[in-house]
Design a binder for this molecule. Structure first.
Ligand code: G3P
Length: 217
């Protein structure tokens, strides 16, 4: 499973990249707003850190403007994936940009039917939002499973990009289901390394290192 980082925080992206944990980056208008930076400036900087897809989201709601925005965003770098919302205008923009050879990430997906439409519109990525479904007592992981089944049934190339990930558990569950990509905030990716028995085991080893005076360097 590929790991995308759901942030525009340059330091965090660089740090995770140094561990080999960044296969791409996703942003959205809320993430850009939180960064306090210009969308073009920060996105260009992110594209220089990773060769993987970097999602940059349009802000218009109508097809013509969305397409113009998508074309402008795509010029930032070769690894831009234009992110469009799952609306009819977004799907139309997805089809047009995909036909031009631009990667497209269709976002705000909350149902299997929406994912089916995105695949038919030529999306490179579909972004089902797990956490936001869980927030309203629906099952986000079940949606990932349904989309996996549908895409496999028909051999769609669209990659399932599990989004709105809130916990390390979501990451392993997505990997078990077979999501192609999971995008998560840096804190969630870092939490994946934590285990109470690792901490306990290491403390025991360190106590013995001290007792025996073991030195390697
Ligand atoms: O980038 C989309 C997504 O991952 C949003 O997550 O936590 O705002 O639901 P969240």
């Amino acid at each position: 499973m590929k790991f995308f980082v759901d942030t525009a925080d340059i330091d965090q992206i660089k740090e995770l990249h140094s561990y080999g944990m960044v296969d791409g980056v996703t942003t959205n208008p809320s993430i850009i707003a939180k960064s306090g930076r210009d969308i073009f400036e920060v996105t260009e900087e992110i594209c220089k850190i990773t060769d993987g897809p970097v999602s940059a989201e349009v802000v218009a709601l109508d097809f013509e403007t969305m397409l113009a925005e998508g074309r402008k965003l795509a010029k930032i770098a070769d690894n831009i994936a234009v992110k469009v919302p799952l609306t009819w205008a977004g799907l139309q923009t997805c089809k047009a940009l995909s036909d031009e050879g631009t990667m497209v990430n269709v976002t705000l997906c909350f149902s299997a039917n929406q994912a089916l439409l995105a695949a038919k519109a030529g999306a490179t990525f579909i972004s089902p939002f797990i956490g936001r479904l869980d927030d309203i007592n629906l099952d986000g992981l079940e949606l990932i499973e349904d989309i996996r089944t549908i895409y496999d049934n028909y051999g769609y190339d669209t990659q399932i990009l599990a989004a709105s990930i809130r916990s390390a558990n979501h990451m392993s569950e997505c990997a078990k289901i077979g999501a192609d990509v999971a995008t998560a905030p840096p804190a969630v990716i870092k939490a994946m390394a934590s285990h109470v028995l690792t901490d306990k085991g290491l403390a025991g080893f360190m106590a013995d290192v001290e007792k025996a005076g073991i030195k390697i360097l």
